[in-house]
Design a protein around this ligand. Structure first.
Ligand SMILES: [Zn+2]
Length: 123
């Protein structure tokens, strides 16, 4: 999960693709992945919880990203399957904290700097 976020952040789409479950991977290509997220600046990943049983894993997370000067969150419940000791992403279900948001001046900056927004990325 975290490694997939990191891969998106550094635009390592080969890794992102390789960690999709085979069934999902069939309908994806490197260029479609690139086109869908290349302008995205991934800022922060908060894992809210996870559980696994047998070969199925569930992860709830909030990923924060920026597009131009707008901020967004993806709040998702992701499912993974385990095959040959590796976890593969299968599907994600959007949760209620997803969407565009505007940080308040005194909030911690969404870039993850731990500095107040007004003293960091607010322009
Ligand atoms: Zn910032």
């Amino acid at each position: 999960m975290r490694s997939r976020f990191s891969a998106y952040a550094v635009k390592n789409y080969a890794y992102v693709l390789a960690t999709y479950a085979p069934e999902q991977r069939r309908s994806l290509t490197l260029s479609t992945l690139r086109e869908s997220t290349d302008n995205t600046r991934w800022l922060k990943l908060d894992v809210l919880g996870s559980a696994e049983r047998d070969a199925v894993g569930i992860v709830e997370f909030i990923a924060t990203y920026a597009l131009d000067t707008d901020y967004f969150r993806i709040h998702e419940l992701s499912s993974f399957i385990k095959q040959d000791a590796h976890w593969y992403y299968t599907t994600g279900v959007m949760q209620n904290k997803s969407g565009k948001f505007t940080p308040n001046r005194n909030d911690e900056c969404p870039c993850g700097s731990a500095v107040k927004y007004k003293k960091c990325c607010r322009k």
